[in-house]
Design a protein around this ligand. Structure first.
Ligand SMILES: *Cc1c(COP(=O)(O)O)cnc(C)c1O
Length: 405
């Protein structure tokens, strides 16, 4: 067998078609290159070209991704429980550390029970089909995460969309779904492109009025939203009124990977019996389960990281606006610095890279046409000095490109 594949005819046309599509993406400026980091993730990273950069684009909200205590907690769990399970949970893949983490997540989120997944993408992919069928209606915010959209597609329930964050339209959709057996409202707790916080107080009131369930995806909230970091439901004072919570261990809660669904016992039991990404995919590695457990213990004993994150966010939001940049108003550590024009956003991000700041430009189709931006994400790990250095680079690049005076 040779190492090169020669192909002819229609098979060759398949590969040519892919190459053509990739070339089109490059020509349209939509091809996504990947920066290669040669260090741990953190407030500063070293790229493979040797450049050291202040990192403003990780979901490392609490600064735990490269944290030494996390590394040690994962090593300790590996030593105790081994490298992996080589099994799904129900065959021979459940260890005490997985049960402890599920218990700790339930306590943290204020639910009866929790089920772990390999990713939040799987949690969302596997939550709808076991719980709802053609007699039911799923009412979903138009800007919900791709994994929610895919999960809903796998389910036979009627699909209704409400305009993003539009409570009047949500009410209209609830009325449309009045004849269904069950209605469930689904929303991201926080929308990651704008840092918009879902209006859970109003959503819960509408759910009560129309006898609907509420599900939230807390990927950009768990660990730091609300007074003790429990999430958007704590932020909006609706703890105990959310029926289903999905979230990730891959952002604020440590940053490795893994996801979960938290809810009442009968919901979680049903998912353990029927949710396909749980039944047919390997157990979360014990190193991740053990380190995630350490995160929850740390967050339960102190709000220090959460407080530092919010102080950093307030500082950056205030100072970048004072420089003359347009930001989307809000309080979330996602800070969209609006540049509107896609090539400008790319040039600005490239210049910041030269100046030692890592940010990514976002443009259509990731955000609406004419809404190009760099999305800054603050971390508890940033020092005020690092943020001020980054702000000086924003000022310089902004003046050079004529974006600010
Ligand atoms: C990141 C994200 C996910 C996916 O999380 P993973 O654990 O990385 O699969 C799902 N939903 C939302 C809203 C997210 O931001």
């Amino acid at each position: 067998m040779g190492t090169t594949t020669t192909t002819t005819g229609n098979r060759q046309a398949f590969f040519n078609g892919l190459s053509q599509n990739l070339d089109n993406l490059r020509q349209q400026g939509l091809y996504k290159p990947e920066r290669v980091i040669a260090s741990r993730q953190g407030a500063e990273v070293t790229c493979d070209d040797g450049r050291q950069l202040i990192n403003l684009c990780a979901n490392n909200y609490l600064g735990l991704s490269g944290d030494e205590a996390m590394v040690q907690a994962s090593i300790k769990a590996t030593e105790q429980y081994g490298y992996g399970l080589s099994s799904v949970r129900f065959i021979c893949g459940t260890q005490t550390v997985h049960k402890q983490l599920e218990r700790a997540l339930s306590d943290f989120l204020g639910t009866e029970d929790t089920i772990l997944y390999a990713a939040a993408f799987d949690a969302n992919g596997g939550v709808f089909e076991p719980l709802f069928d053609e007699n039911d209606a799923i009412i979903s915010d138009a800007l919900n995460h791709a994994s929610i959209i895919d999960g809903i597609r796998l389910c036979k329930a009627a699909r209704l969309r409400y305009a993003h964050n539009d409570m009047a339209d949500l009410e209209t959709q609830l009325q449309t779904a009045a004849g269904k057996r069950h209605r469930v409202i689904v929303t991201d707790g926080v929308f990651s492109m704008d840092g918009t916080i879902a209006q859970l107080d109003k959503i819960c009131a509408l759910a009560d009025k129309y006898d609907a369930l509420v599900m939230i995806d807390e990927c950009h909230a768990s660990g730091f939203m609300g007074a003790t970091g429990r999430g958007t439901h704590e932020h909006h004072n609706v703890l105990g009124r959310i029926d289903i919570i999905t979230g990730t261990l891959g952002k604020a809660l440590g940053g490795a990977m893994g996801g979960f669904t938290a809810a009442r016992k009968e919901v979680i039991d049903t998912l353990r019996q029927k949710s396909r990404p749980y039944l047919f995919s390997n157990t979360l590695a014990p190193s991740i389960a053990g380190a995630s457990l350490a995160v929850l213990q740390r967050l339960s004993s102190s709000t220090e990281l959460r407080d530092r994150l919010h102080a950093n966010t307030a500082h950056f939001r205030r100072e970048v606006a004072a420089l003359g940049f347009t930001i989307k108003p809000g309080t979330h550590p996602v800070v969209p610095v609006m540049l509107f024009d896609a090539p400008v956003a790319q040039k600005f991000a490239a210049r910041l890279y030269d100046l030692g700041v890592l940010v990514t430009g976002f443009f259509y189709p990731v955000v609406p046409m004419g809404q190009a931006r760099v999305r800054v994400q603050l971390s508890a790990a940033h020092t005020t000095e690092q943020l001020n250095t980054a702000l000086a680079a924003f000022a310089q690049a902004g003046r050079e490109l004529g974006l600010i005076k």
